[in-house]
Design a protein around this ligand. Sequence first.
Ligand code: PGA
Length: 251
Amino acid sequence: MRKKIVAGNWKMNMELAEGLKLAESVDTYFRSKPSKAEVVLCTPYIHLAGVSQILKDGKVCLGAQNCASEPSGAFTGEISPAMILSTGAGYVIIGHSERRSYYHEDNTILNRKTRLALSTGLKVIFCCGEVLGERESGKYFDVVKNQIENGLFNIPAEEMNSVVVAYEPVWAIGTGLTATPEQAQEMHQYIRGLFSEKYGKEIADNLTILYGGSCKPSNAAEIFSKPDVDGGLIGGAALKKDDFTAIVEAI
Ligand code: PGA
């Protein structure tokens, strides 16, 4: 049975002390109350080393929200996958819609980042999703197909067990609008089908596909109940311990 995952994406929120405090409360919660899902905290870079110490020997995993596309060298301001791994983090989010739109990260660069992160030993949470206009004009399947084909389909089959896909309709991110459970299921099933065609049924069946976009305690259970939805990538609600743990409990 494929792995369920709930990952919190803190985005650019919380100064160091606040972040450590939140990590501590989430860590304490899951040490005493193990969850059915793997729980991942994707923090800003500056929190990684400190949060890693807090999560050590516990149940919660750690991830970054981005990484460089080059392994090392003269790239001022960049953070390599090896640096992320060296903090104790095991995951990295790649291709979040905010990276695609505000920082102009295209499929070529995202594929480069993905390949480097995987070869370094990180697991990748690869994001895809359409904007509102693409949903309304009915192009959403093609958009997601293009992101996945160009972002992931040159990854060797043996590395696919380190890939998690997050479907995040951009119109639902931080807007309070959520895809209906049926819309999420329809797209997740479509994505699994793409992987089945490319890599075969076994890899597709084992692929964890997360939903992201205004996931809250009040809607998580219904979305997670869909057969092809294997958990969530949680933004705003991951900044509050009670909301985040309630979403994890909804699995
Ligand atoms: P949101 O963000 O839950 O605040 O909509 C989700 C995400 O961007 O990963």
